[in-house]
Ligand binder design. Structure first.
Ligand code: HEC
Ligand code: HEC
Length: 430
């Protein structure tokens, strides 16, 4: 085949073959009735203890399925997106809300920055609820994930003594932290108390009687909505992989050659969603409230495995639409792709010289850096990231051009995913 570009396409095809790049494939064929039900549930604040927050508050279609914040703001907060405000006496959630694009992709099996939800290659569902998880009903890893936001005090449930938006006691917050079954039962009781939901569940699950409905059925519907509605495979990069070589700028092609070649990115950002779904400590600055049981740090994967060597390791994030889904890293420590790449090139130096003024006021003062922090973090540093060589400014620009080519044009306006109203009658974030 003749190439018009002095061999760039050939070079690119070669690195792609070498690194076994595959296009994404998402099972969009979810049942329509489940998608419709899931959409309502995703936007309905009835799922939250105080009826003041929905999944969409933090994963809104108009903010690229994330919340545009470094760290999420849960129960008690006001507004959506960048202007969302923390409720009085509430703390920031220690982590960045990830985008949720393409999570129905083949091979996707982990959830959360620390992978505390996972489906193992032999189909076993792992989660914080252990054997309480209704594995017989849950259909996929997206559904398993959807079981947990309603159990999280900070995200949706609330703390003991909270009152809801009508001033009534928040009954979900009164439940003990390990009593998952009770939490799911009470949320589900609220949902099926609304006649419109019974109708929607009957359409989605004609074979299940109302008494037999479990929150896991709602979770499957939430998953169907997310899998169907946030799946996009039309980025310039996807078009290129499908054989349309003109969709990618020359600069982006050079960037791809670097990404899959000498820059070493694909050794971790591999596969369909550009992540190996493994965990690394690349010395991302610690900002935010962290966790009380870890002296205010967020020790990431180690929270899940209890292994010292996993301290400060976080899952390699997927990169589709990444140009639009900042702030970046598990805690939103960086606001530009340029800084993110610089960080990979020289993690220790970037940590030592981290400029917290890029953060919002409230967050800036939570950045802690001293020799002992650096020492503790360095002990479990993942040397795998040393594959990233020193790169010129020009090469960094090329990599950014490639990352920009991962943006699907269809994500530009997703406001059609916001329903006019939800069955509870509670206000819909828009
Ligand atoms: C207060 C904001 C907030 C709310 C409300 C919320 N989330 Fe999230 N979501 C987050 C944060 C923060 C994380 C990352 C947490 C972590 O890794 O520990 C996350 C993680 C996820 C992930 C995992 C993505 C991945 O790749 O690991 C999915 C999927 C998701 N949320 C869907 C939902 C659904 C469905 C709901 C409603 C049932 C919901 N979220 C409610 C903030 C929120
Ligand atoms: C050793 C594995 C590894 C290599 C190699 C690697 N990354 Fe990463 N990357 C990660 C991990 C892990 C994170 C998240 C770290 C955290 O949040 O603590 C990350 C974060 C990112 C992010 C932020 C995404 C988001 O949504 O927050 C981008 C962009 C990124 N990497 C691009 C690159 C590029 C470009 C290269 C090559 C120059 C590269 N990475 C090489 C593991 C790697």
């Amino acid at each position: 085949m003749p190439y018009s570009d002095g061999g760039l396409d050939t070079k690119l095809k070669h690195v792609i073959r070498e690194s076994e790049v595959n296009t994404i494939y998402t099972d969009k064929a979810q049942a329509v009735a489940k998608i419709n039900l899931g959409q309502k549930l995703f936007f309905d604040k009835i799922l939250s203890g105080s009826q003041d927050i929905s999944c969409a508050t933090c994963h809104h279609p108009t903010t690229n399925s994330g919340d545009d914040l470094s760290l999420s703001i849960g129960v008690g907060g006001q507004g959506i997106g960048y202007s969302r405000e923390l409720g009085e006496t509430r703390r920031l959630i220690p982590r960045n809300a990830p985008e949720i694009f393409n999570r129905g992709a083949t091979g996707w099996r982990t959830m959360f920055w620390d992978g505390r939800v996972e489906i193992t290659p032999d189909g076993k569902m792992l989660s914080p609820a252990d054997d309480k998880l209704p594995t017989d009903v849950l259909e996929n890893v997206v559904a398993v994930q959807a079981m947990f936001p309603v159990t999280s005090r900070q995200e949706m449930r609330g703390r003991k003594g909270d009152v809801d938006i009508e001033g009534k006691p928040n009954s979900l917050a009164a439940i003990g932290d390990t009593d998952f079954e009770e939490m799911w039962a009470r949320v589900m009781a609220r949902i099926v108390a609304i006649p419109k939901y019974i109708e929607l569940f009957k359409q989605a699950y004609p074979e299940v009687s109302v008494e037999k409905l479990h929150f896991a059925h709602a979770a499957n519907a939430l998953a169907a909505f997310q899998i169907h509605s946030f799946a996009f495979e039309d980025s310039p990069w996807d078009e290129f992989l499908k054989g349309n070589t003109h969709t990618l700028s020359e600069k982006a092609k050079e960037g791809a050659v670097l990404f899959y070649g000498r820059a070493g990115c694909a050794s971790c950002h591999s596969g369909t969603l550009m992540t190996d779904q493994k965990y690394y400590n690349i010395l991302v600055p610690q900002i935010g409230p962290g966790h009380r049981d870890s002296a205010g740090f967020d020790i990431g994967r180690a929270r899940e495995t209890d292994k010292k060597e996993d301290a400060f390791a976080f899952r390699t994030p997927p990169l589709r639409n990444v140009a639009k889904t900042g702030p970046y890293m598990h805690n939103g420590a960086y606001t530009s792709l340029y800084d993110v790449i610089k960080h990979h090139i020289n993690p220790l130096e970037m940590l030592q010289e981290y400029d917290a003024s890029q953060l919002d006021d409230g967050l800036e003062k939570t950045f802690r850096l001293n020799t002992s922090t650096i020492l503790v973090m360095s002990q479990t540093f993942s040397s795998e990231v040393n594959v990233v060589p020193s790169l010129t400014e020009h090469e960094i620009e090329q990599l950014i051009a490639f990352l920009n080519s991962l943006t699907s044009p269809s994500t530009k306006n997703l406001s059609h995913l916001v329903p006019d109203s939800v069955p509870s009658g509670l206000p819909v974030d828009r």
